[in-house]
Design a protein around this ligand. Structure first.
Ligand code: CIR
Length: 253
């Protein structure tokens, strides 16, 4: 697998925040944690392509939101937050050598954090960042390749993948107060611990999930279910409303 990441902007303190209160981010610690995250990706077999920081774009470490990469093609998004739209330019350049590019077109908006791909099923959250027009565009682009795009309502959190993510072949980690379980018929669920509402984001690579140290109660539930967990420290990027899936774009080489 290949993983695209990007160094944290020195101006991450000016990041977008929707559901979180602004807290001071310890920049040296954030850099250290981000390097450990990249090491975890390497340990799990990813070749990491680390892009240079984009100081002018505070949220640009969260590369997941800027593109959807499939085996057959990539879709460059049009992020919901205006401040984040220019981030896609350098991402398009980085992906171009590997995939044919398609684009979400104005006025539609879509953040990659709203897209949960499970084999040929693609669940896309309708959120404050992603609208139905973009979901339609994605459906039209992906239908010829046999992907089934489903639209899912998301409440009280930033993205679909703040509410639900994949832990294993048929198992999802979910906060059912953010998204309706019924949208994911046929899957098994592990519920986040109710004291950790923002704990539903895990990054599955092969048979292991990269998971933040910050949610120990939910982690115990994940481990008890027999899922292999690689723990990373994420305290600083979590303050920017980030999580583990947001910091990389992972695709087959
Ligand atoms: C934002 O509000 O856009 C950033 N502060 C956080 C983005 C996190 N991205 C993600 O969960 N995919």
């Amino acid at each position: 697998m290949r993983a695209i990441t990007r160094e944290i902007s020195p101006n991450i303190k000016d990041c977008e925040l929707t559901h979180f209160r602004r807290e001071a981010i310890d920049l040296p610690l954030a850099y250290k944690q981000h390097r450990q995250y990249e090491d975890a990706l390497r340990e799990l077999g990813c070749e990491v392509m680390a892009l240079a920081a984009e100081p002018d774009f505070p949220d640009s470490v969260f590369v997941e939101d800027t593109a959807l990469v499939f085996d057959e093609l990539a879709i460059i998004t049009r992020p919901g937050a205006k401040s984040r739209r220019p981030e896609t330019q350098s991402i398009a350049k980085a992906i171009e050598p590997f995939r044919k590019l398609q684009f979400i077109k104005s006025p539609a908006t879509l953040d990659g954090g709203d897209v949960l791909t499970i084999d040929k099923q693609i669940f896309i959250g309708r959120s404050s960042r992603t609208d139905t027009l973009a979901i339609e565009q994605a459906r039209t682009i992906l239908a010829p390749f046999g992907y089934d795009v489903r639209s899912v309502e998301v409440k009280h959190c930033l993205h679909l993948k703040s509410a639900v993510s994949r832990l294993a072949k048929n198992t999802l980690l979910i906060n059912a107060s953010f998204v309706d379980r019924a949208a994911f018929a046929g899957f098994d669920f592990i519920e986040v611990d109710e004291r950790e509402p923002f704990a539903a984001n895990a990054l599955l690579i092969q048979d292991t999930v990269i998971y933040p140290a910050d949610f120990p109660k939910t982690r115990m539930k994940i481990e008890a279910a027999g899922v292999q967990v690689e723990v990373v420290e994420m305290s600083e990027l979590i303050k920017a409303e980030g999580a583990v899936t947001c910091c990389s774009l992972i695709f087959r080489r």
